[in-house]
Design a protein around this ligand. Structure first.
Ligand code: CA
Length: 96
């Protein structure tokens, strides 16, 4: 998910962190990830690992990705929507 133009190598620790975050979001509250939550999570992640700040362009791109994954258009990502996106990515189907 969230593969953008920047060629970022994620360490195992980072991947673990992301996975935990997603799982937590999907198992608490409304069990979905809102756009705001995703943005805040990403900002915290960038800060935690001292990664280069996400540019305006990248935010725009991420916004598009979010909307593409949010297939029912309620502004939040559910487990089903994320799963579908991951599966599509694995198959290499990138129908934008
Ligand atoms: Ca949704």
């Amino acid at each position: 998910m969230m593969r953008s133009k920047r060629d970022m190598e994620l360490t195992d620790e980072m991947e673990d962190d992301i996975e935990k975050w997603i799982k937590k979001k999907l198992s608490t509250g409304d069990n979905e990830i809102s756009k705001k939550e995703a943005k805040n999570g990403l900002k915290a992640f960038v800060k935690k690992y001292n990664l280069p700040k996400i540019t305006k362009e990248e935010w725009k791109e991420l916004d598009k990705i979010f909307d593409a994954v949010d297939t029912n258009g309620n502004g939040k990502l559910s487990l089903e929507e994320l799963k579908a996106a991951w599966e599509a990515q694995e198959k290499g189907e990138n129908d934008e």
